[in-house]
Design a protein around this ligand. Structure first.
Ligand code: PLI
Length: 459
């Protein structure tokens, strides 16, 4: 692979955190103690930590300086004003409810916008999002285009909503029985796949006819905007900021986990266009999060978040971000390792079905692969397959997602290309003796969001 096709880091390193690699025997002990669940491994025992890109970002010197400007007043913090203005500038939403992280915003939105028995169509599920929708009596319906469920199809904008699926659902159930459409940019569990501007616009036109609201999950909005600039006709000469503004002009509001494209370690929000909804959301934020001028964040968190949102719009930053992820994916592809294609914005997803064809889905191939990658090299990754999908709330049966994946998630501004090489070499080495990977079974299965704390042993 020609490194010259990849942009060098658009930053220099000012502070470092020393990491160390423990030996294989120690890693075996750690893995057994963690019940073969990478969520239960201590950070200190990981050499390269690709569990998630959530809250694991490196802040800029501007953001660190911003922390010193924290106004920790219980009410009316100036940092809230800064964040509120930034969200309006970037996304165009006038009303802001700050929350401790994305799921705090999902909780509030689900409570105010879903009546029990209503349907909530979305472009694939996300774990915490679907949990809050279902807990509030909503029925999640996956309306992403079929191709998104096929790991091998390399086509652009695999995160798009299938407009026929949406229209059929509206005709079948009636517009009054649809709470809202949840549109995620990008689609995490599909492999970080983006949604095209054309699709966002078409979803808006269709729902407007029926009086149905559209809320975006804007957790990885900047990555999505980069893909539009790179791949959608008519956007090459637009700035990331202009693209983001247009994307959100087709939405009634958004939930955000600042821990991703906000480039901070903590924070989130619910942003709204409608004053009445805002008023309802404000009544709930004081119950679940905190005063409406801080929600779940400190003043300094809000300041760093406001600065991070603006930084995420810088072309050099977002180009490096997306292409660094692509570099890792291309190295794996070149070696014949099966991955989800095309390579998404925040992570490379190993296709565990093809990586471990000797394991049945009920033997948890992705969970086993993640455990074995840690064993191989101290690289921590995350299962995104049958364990993450959980059980059907009515039948109790396991959801069996077509995509059975291990996510190598790249934190923002944290690792170098050399780190990506080390990860690629480890995965390639494991692929060469993949038959040694044994299936797993539960020894402890939590009832909710089981992937976080479940424990396993080898079959
Ligand atoms: O982790 P939170 O509560 O700040 O955000 C929840 C959340 C909402 N939407 C999407 C698309 C996410 O990816 C998301 C969190 N993702 C995590 C933690 C991840 O590891 O991908």
């Amino acid at each position: 692979m020609d490194m010259r096709n990849y942009p060098a880091e658009p930053f220099r390193i000012k502070s470092v955190e020393v990491v160390k690699m423990i030996n294989r025997e120690e890693r075996e002990e750690v893995l057994e103690k963690a019940g073969y669940n990478t969520f239960l491994i201590d950070s200190e025992d990981c050499y390269i930590d690709l569990l998630t890109d959530s809250g694991t970002n490196a802040m800029s010197d501007d953001q660190w300086a911003g922390l010193m400007k924290g106004d920790e007043a219980y009410a009316g913090s100036k940092n809230f004003k800064h964040l509120e203005k930034t969200v309006e500038d970037v996304f165009g939403f006038p009303y802001l409810i700050p929350t401790h992280q994305g799921r705090g915003a999902e909780n509030i939105l689900s409570r105010i916008a879903i009546k029990p028995g209503q349907y909530v169509p979305g472009n694939m599920y996300f774990t915490t999002t679907r949990y809050h929708q279902e807990t509030n009596g909503g029925i999640f319906v996956d309306i992403i285009r079929d191709e998104a469920h096929d790991a091998t199809l390399d086509i652009p904008f695999k995160g798009d909503i299938d407009l026929n699926k949406l229209e059929n659902l509206i005709n079948e159930k009636g517009a009054e029985n649809i709470a809202y459409v949840c549109l995620a940019v990008t689609v995490n569990l599909a492999g970080g796949q983006p949604v095209s501007m054309a699709n966002m616009k078409a979803v808006r036109e269709l729902t407007e006819k029926h009086g149905i609201k559209v809320f975006y999950d804007c957790t990885r909005f900047a990555e999505n905007a980069y893909f539009i600039k790179e791949q959608e006709e008519g956007y090459a000469d637009k700035t990331i900021a202009e693209i983001v503004k247009e994307m959100f002009s087709y939405a009634d509001g958004a939930t955000m986990s600042g821990k991703k494209d906000g480039i901070v370690n903590m924070g989130g929000f619910l942003a709204l266009r409608d004053e009445e909804m805002f008023s309802e959301a404000r009544e709930l934020v004081v119950v679940y999060e905190g005063m409406p001028s801080y929600g779940g964040m400190t003043g300094r968190d809000m300041e760093a978040f406001a600065i991070g949102l603006k930084e995420s719009l810088q072309f050099e930053y977002i180009q490096h971000r997306v292409l660094q992820v692509r570099y890792l994916g291309e190295r794996l592809k070149e070696a014949g390792v099966p991955i989800v294609e095309p390579i998404g914005g925040h992570a490379v997803f190993l296709d565990a079905r093809r990586f471990c064809p000797h394991l049945d889905q009920e033997e948890f191939p992705a969970q086993a692969l993640a455990a074995n990658l840690y064993l191989e090299s101290g690289v921590r990754s995350m299962e995104r397959g049958i364990i993450s999908a959980g059980r059907d709330v009515n039948t109790g049966e396991n959801h069996k997602p077509k995509l059975e994946t291990v996510r190598l998630t790249i934190p923002r501004r944290v690792y170098t290309y050399r780190h990506m090489d080390l990860v690629a070499d480890s995965v390639i080495k494991l692929y060469e003796h993949k038959e040694d990977i044994k299936g797993l079974k539960f020894v402890y299965e939590p009832k909710q969001l089981r992937f976080f704390t479940a424990r396993f042993e080898e079959i």
